[in-house]
Design a protein around this ligand. Structure first.
Ligand SMILES: NC(=O)c1ccc[n+]([C@@H]2O[C@H](COP(=O)([O-])OP(=O)(O)OC[C@H]3O[C@@H](n4cnc5c(N)ncnc54)[C@H](OP(=O)(O)O)[C@@H]3O)[C@@H](O)[C@H]2O)c1
Length: 236
């Protein structure tokens, strides 16, 4: 076990849970955030059975009370946070192409990530090597979604604009923190078999977690302010 602490949002299933497993196997203590405390604790119990130091926390990233409670809990228990993975994400475009869907999507994918990061920033600064990973998507790459190969992905305006905004905010945050020990990067997990990715996705969940895990464990000479998939820099 090392003494690193990680907080992962949207982590009771899918890529988030697998990120917790892979970080936990490296000895990191992982806090699994979920809207439902029962689901978070059940997921943590599953990882504990694999000898991982995992704990569930109630964390709807759109809920300021949850965010405040989790930040206070981490401060009291650990006094620092080494890794924050803003993994929680929502895909609501099937509900329609309108401003309500856009707002609801941004609440989770953009404002939720920002609010949580702001609330724990002092704890990341207390770490000798803070790492923030924003779970984005290749669909947030504006140039890529205009390409012919992505033609089928053009009719998801809320999801794509939210991930593009998350990417731009990643760049901004990395600039704001460039004189600190904190590295901030955006991640494309790949098209992964999860409830969101669907059964036809080509990548398994353990593969989908790998990019976020590598960005969460970057060495001091690693990049900041980038957008990556499996070690490759992606176009914004
Ligand atoms: N799978 C892919 O192919 C793919 C590709 C590119 C990017 N991504 C990104 O990867 C991330 C993980 O997705 P996934 O594929 O693992 O899908 P998933 O299994 O559906 O996981 C999404 C997670 O986000 C949580 N979430 C949604 N709204 C939340 C909120 N307000 N507060 C806290 N948690 C919330 C969900 O919890 P509930 O069940 O409670 O809603 C769920 O745990 C997302 O950001 C997604 O956009 C996935």
């Amino acid at each position: 076990m090392n003494n690193k602490i990680a907080l992962i949002t949207g982590a009771y299933k899918g890529i988030g849970l697998e990120i917790g497993r892979q970080l936990g196997r490296q000895g990191v203590t992982v806090l699994l955030g979920a809207r439902s405390l029962a689901k978070a604790e059940e997921a943590a119990a599953g990882l504990q059975a694999e000898n991982i130091h995992a704990y569930g926390v109630e964390l709807d990233v759109t809920n300021a009370n949850h965010i405040g409670s989790v930040a206070s809990h981490i401060e009291k228990e650990y006094g620092k946070l080494d890794i924050l993975i803003n993994n929680a994400g929502t895909y609501l475009d099937h509900l329609g192409n309108n401003v309500d869907v856009m707002r609801s999507t941004f609440e989770v994918n953009v404002f939720g990530a920002q609010a949580l990061t702001e609330a724990v920033l002092h704890l990341l600064k207390a770490s000798p090597e803070g790492r923030v990973v924003n779970q984005s998507s290749i669909l947030g790459s504006v140039g890529t979604i205009l390409s012919d190969e992505m033609y089928g992905s053009r009719s998801v305006p809320a999801y794509t604009t939210s991930k593009a905004a998350l990417n731009a905010w990643t760049a901004q945050l990395s600039i704001a923190l460039r004189d600190t020990n904190i590295k901030v990067n955006a991640c494309h997990p790949g098209w992964v078999k999860t409830d969101m990715g669907g059964e036809h996705a080509p990548m398994e969940v353990h593969e989908g977690a790998e990019t976020a895990v590598s960005l969460a464990t970057l060495q001091a000479d690693g990049p900041t302010g980038g957008f990556f998939h499996r070690g490759e820099a992606l176009p914004w």
